[in-house]
Write a protein of this length. Structure first.
Length: 223
């Protein structure tokens, strides 16, 4: 069919044509990392180091208190693990069944999608901001950090911002509540864990709208 040949040939109106710029950017990123392997290793090491430093912060916090937001240290490791390195499942007494296995799988996939969507949202805002990276980092990296903490100790404004506007609580805290059989605080009951795919969808809808609006109105750097 002519239409199918046009899409296969890279017709801009087809799905392949619309995805071509993203594939080009991703390919450039992969080639650059393969060319500068030492830099890639340094980036990987620094990311792992940040994760261990954040874990150390959690340990220090629970070294001084036994329970925070209804969570013990081993229980908060489950939240931290889903959000970062997924290690806490080995230390908690979880009643594993098909529903819980499915929830954990969905939570990890949706958490990855949510964090990726936050980066796209932040990138889209740069079309409208001047040196706005620090502002967006407060929500992107601040949101990632908040995802490793018990949301029960958040103030009400933080529950609104990182619970629903930027749904970080859905990435790890709410799934951990459901897996551990805990009730959850006001505004964030445990059953919301099953709405994690909706939270990821909302994040990507917000991200794509911001990105497409920015690209559509971009006028150039003025150089």
């Amino acid at each position: 069919m002519p239409g199918q040949r046009a899409i296969a040939a890279g017709d801009p109106s087809g799905v392949g044509g619309r995805l071509a710029p993203y594939r080009a950017v991703l390919a450039c990123r992969v080639r650059s990392q393969r060319s500068y392997r030492a830099n890639f290793a340094l980036d990987l090491f620094s990311s792992l180091l940040v994760g261990f430093v954040e874990l150390a912060e959690v340990w220090i916090l629970f070294h001084n208190v036994h329970i925070l937001g209804g969570f013990t240290f081993t229980q908060i490791l489950l939240v931290f693990g889903i959000a970062s390195i997924l290690a806490g499942v080995l230390l908690n007494d979880i009643h594993w069944n098909i529903a819980h296995i499915g929830l954990l799988t969905v939570a990890i996939v949706c958490a990855t999608a949510t964090f990726a969507g936050m980066y796209i949202w932040a990138a889209g805002l740069q079309f409208f901001l001047i040196s706005g990276a620090e502002m967006t980092n407060a929500f992107v990296y601040g949101g990632r950090y908040s995802a490793t903490q018990p949301a029960a100790v958040w103030t009400r404004p933080l529950k609104v911002v990182f619970g629903f506007v930027f749904p970080m609580a859905f990435t790890a805290y709410l799934p951990a509540l459901e897996l551990l059989g805990l009730p959850g605080p006001q505004w964030l009951p445990a059953w919301l864990a099953w709405c994690t795919p909706l939270a990821a969808t909302w994040t990507w809808a917000m991200a794509l709208c911001t990105w497409r609006c920015g690209v559509r109105h971009y006028q150039g750097g003025g150089g």
